[in-house]
Design a protein around this ligand. Structure first.
Ligand SMILES: Nc1ncnc2c1ncn2[C@@H]1O[C@H](COP(=O)(O)OP(=O)(O)OP(=O)(O)O)[C@@H](O)[C@H]1O
Ligand SMILES: O=c1ccn([C@@H]2O[C@H](COP(=O)(O)O)[C@@H](O)[C@H]2O)c(=O)[nH]1
Length: 238
């Protein structure tokens, strides 16, 4: 059997993808299917860290946050990612994956704080590390947290698992004529304002020479194909 293409990866899971076909929250069947995909990767020996989004529960720039102080709304968004992280870790436990949640915001009765050497130790031990609460700072996103933590842990690639199967010339949900890139460089993605990820995340990955693979978490087997280095999704590169 062929070997995985990477030793250590940072997987960014869209919070919105956790909703499945529901209007908000966590869809049980969806999270179980995602975790089954993750289990396959973990069993292949790849060291796996995960950053989970919060869009299925709360987004600081959402209509529900209108009129709120932006930083307060963003802290609510970060706390939403902690809920998703706990749900993800619990679903992993059910299938025998040992996971540790580490939060960028201090809530030690609930989850342990993010401490970089400890995260590295867990990865070396073969545990899955789930980074919760984004960067711990308002005015950022979990995509930027993925770029940041991916850089800190020396991941070889950020795998952005989302609801679309790659980076398109425009948002494919709004423009059906949009076409998918097989690969694109960071400067072009930033210059064209391609909003599949925010510019801060693209810029950090570019500066750290950390490639990103954007692919669909909804497509069966796509995560494993990405990890095996097969043709899937869009590669964003330097
Ligand atoms: N050029 C583009 N190519 C692909 N997708 C795009 C593009 N522009 C906008 N999008 C949209 O970006 C979305 C991907 O963002 P996604 O919701 O996964 O990230 P997120 O905001 O980090 O998620 P969450 O907050 O739920 O964790 C896609 O669902 C797609 O509709
Ligand atoms: O570093 C961060 C990460 C996230 N937030 C807030 O949380 C929500 C949810 O994150 P998504 O990346 O949109 O899934 C985000 O909209 C922000 O409000 C943050 O402030 N800082």
């Amino acid at each position: 059997m062929s070997k995985p293409a990477y030793k250590r990866v940072l997987l960014k899971l869209s919070g919105e993808a956790l909703m499945g076909d529901d209007a908000y929250g966590i869809n049980r069947a969806t999270i179980e299917r995602m975790v089954a995909d993750i289990a396959e990767v973990a069993k292949s020996g790849v060291e796996l860290a995960v950053v989970i989004g919060g869009g299925n529960i709360f987004r600081g720039v959402a209509p529900g946050a209108q009129g709120m102080d932006r930083a307060t709304a963003d802290y609510m968004g970060m706390l939403a990612t902690v809920m998703n992280a706990l749900a993800l870790a619990d679903a992993m436990r059910h299938v025998g994956i040992v996971a540790r949640v580490m939060s960028a915001i201090g809530i030690e009765q609930v989850v342990e704080p993010y401490v970089r050497p400890k995260a590295l130790q867990y990865l070396e031990e073969g545990k899955v590390v789930i980074f919760a609460a984004g960067t711990g700072n308002p005015f950022f996103t979990t995509d930027t947290a993925a770029a940041l933590r991916g850089s800190e842990i020396g991941a070889e690639i950020v795998l952005k698992a989302t609801k679309v199967d790659g980076v398109y010339t425009a948002d494919p949900k709004k423009d059906p004529s949009a076409t998918r890139y097989e690969s694109i460089n960071f400067d072009e993605a930033i210059a064209k304002h391609l909003q599949v990820m925010d510019a801060t995340a693209f810029a950090l990955c570019r500066d750290q020479k950390l490639p990103i693979k954007v692919f669909s978490i909804v497509k069966p087997g796509a995560l494993m194909r990405v990890v095996m280095g097969e043709d899937e999704g869009t590669l964003v590169h330097v």
